[in-house]
Design a protein around this ligand. Structure first.
Ligand SMILES: [Zn+2]
Length: 221
């Protein structure tokens, strides 16, 4: 169903890299909405990338998310676009959050690698996203952790934009989150909109209007 990924394949962007399988998606028919279908991204779970167990109990809140906050990890703009690298990024990020920030687990709900892989961050985020009516209390933005889904993008986007594969994965992922929770695209925001931070970087922040537009199109397909 996802035309953009097919376009990437046609241009040879993903050909021969083994990446196409990693960002493979399936179509989800939406009951009650005639003709509507939203792409379901392949999301790698904490178990799949070998996360450490949380150091404390994580609260599951009995209400849906009502916003998405886009972040950048502010990590190196690696040219390793492999799945193995995406898994390593998640382990490094979790170790940073647990060991340096002394949080119970990864701060954000989800992570998207520069190679276009989508991964669970905080334990329980995937199950609650699939439920569409619960959210795990997170640690990605003070004041927003009980209502906003936090998505960290691998890389540093102060001056350069995310690679195509990551951007396309972000669009597909945000569309799926909006569909699951019934979030309007206007509620796709940047970390800096709610906190005194440069995150998600000037270049990525400038693309948020385009992100809302592309997510809206994906939701109409
Ligand atoms: Zn941030």
């Amino acid at each position: 169903m996802d035309v953009d990924l097919h376009a990437l394949n046609r241009r040879g962007f993903l050909r021969g890299t083994g990446l196409a399988a990693g960002v493979g998606i399936a179509a989800l028919a939406v009951p009650g909405i005639s003709g509507a279908a939203v792409a379901v991204p392949r999301i790698y779970s904490c178990d799949e990338w070998a996360a450490r167990p949380p150091s404390d109990t994580l609260a599951v809140l009995d209400h849906p998310a009502n916003r998405i906050l886009v972040h950048h990890i502010a990590s190196a703009n690696s040219t390793d676009y492999s799945r193995a690298h995406a898994f390593q990024i998640c382990r490094d990020n979790q170790a940073d959050h647990m060991d340096n920030n002394t949080w119970a687990d990864t701060g954000q709900h989800f992570t998207i690698s520069r190679g276009g892989y989508s991964l669970e961050g905080r334990h329980g985020s995937l199950d609650t996203l699939r439920s569409g009516n619960k959210i795990v209390r997170a640690a990605h933005c003070p004041g927003q952790n009980e209502n906003a889904i936090g998505i960290e993008n691998e890389g540093l986007y102060t001056a350069v934009e995310p690679p195509q594969a990551q951007w396309k994965a972000l669009v597909v992922f945000c569309a799926y989150v909006c569909k699951q929770y019934g979030i309007p695209v206007e509620e796709i925001k940047g970390h800096r909109d709610f906190y005194n931070t440069e995150c998600p970087g000037e270049a990525l922040y400038a693309k948020l209007p385009q992100l809302r537009k592309e997510v809206a199109l994906a939701l109409k397909r």
